[in-house]
Design a protein around this ligand. Structure first.
Ligand SMILES: C[S@@+](CC[C@H](N)C(=O)[O-])C[C@H]1O[C@@H](n2cnc3c(N)ncnc32)[C@H](O)[C@@H]1O
Length: 200
């Protein structure tokens, strides 16, 4: 199968840093805290570069559908303790994860894929496990709208990205039975980072 991220992967982190500085890294890492990490499932972890900054022992599974991204992640996180897998995480039987990291991956899914995706995440989480989520919300200022529009056009051309606007994440999380335990907003709410728990 064609890898939609093959041409972008080598420049992905460079471009992200150029546009957002350390903003997206901050969104990913800020809620993870300085604590002992549990058994982790990272879905769509990209090139994994930002996780190098954690400097914490990790154990668990890193899934990527893009081979180009996965190969970079293996290099960037060589001594992390993670197991690396190519493909869709939902194909694995592994479960009882204490934490699932969803960083800038849900916005790549269509609305009709989101509920199933989150339901599968829920089935893989231990009953007291947590989801660490970070992503783009609707842009607020005119400048953000412009940058967001350019970003979407870029990903449409380079990766076949389909969406026109960001998903209503909160509605999907609530529908699947997750509740927000914590939320941090960056860039006036354009980017948010939250911790979610199973509520029922
Ligand atoms: C926009 S990139 C974000 C990468 C990384 N999380 C970051 O923040 O830099 C989204 C990534 O999710 C991966 N992805 C999307 N759906 C996936 C799935 N079901 N299983 C594994 N990887 C997935 C894509 O291949 C892509 O590399």
């Amino acid at each position: 199968m064609k890898d939609p991220y093959s041409s972008v992967a080598p420049f992905y982190s460079f471009l992200v840093n150029l546009v957002f500085g350390s903003g997206l890294r901050e969104a990913k890492l800020s809620n993870l805290g300085n604590r002992n990490l549990g058994k982790i499932l990272i879905i769509g972890g990209g090139d994994g570069k930002d996780y190098k900054h954690l400097k914490l022992p990790m154990n668990g599974d890193f899934w990527e559908k893009s081979e180009a991204m996965l190969e970079l992640a293996k290099k960037n996180l060589t001594n992390s303790g993670l197991n690396f897998h190519l493909g869709d995480f939902s194909k694995s039987d592994a479960k009882d994860y204490e934490e699932i990291w969803l960083h800038f991956v849900l916005d790549t899914l269509e609305n009709d894929e989101l509920a199933d995706f989150l339901q599968t995440c829920r089935s893989k989480l231990s009953s007291d496990g947590k989801v660490y989520f970070a992503d783009f919300y609707p842009p607020v200022s005119r400048w953000q709208k412009l940058v967001h529009g350019i970003m979407i056009s870029f990903f449409r051309v380079s990766t076949g990205y389909q969406r026109k606007e960001v998903p209503d994440y909160d509605r999907f999380f609530t529908k699947i039975g997750f509740a927000k335990a914590k939320e941090k907003t960056l860039k006036k709410g354009w980017i948010r980072s939250s911790v979610l728990e199973i509520k029922d």
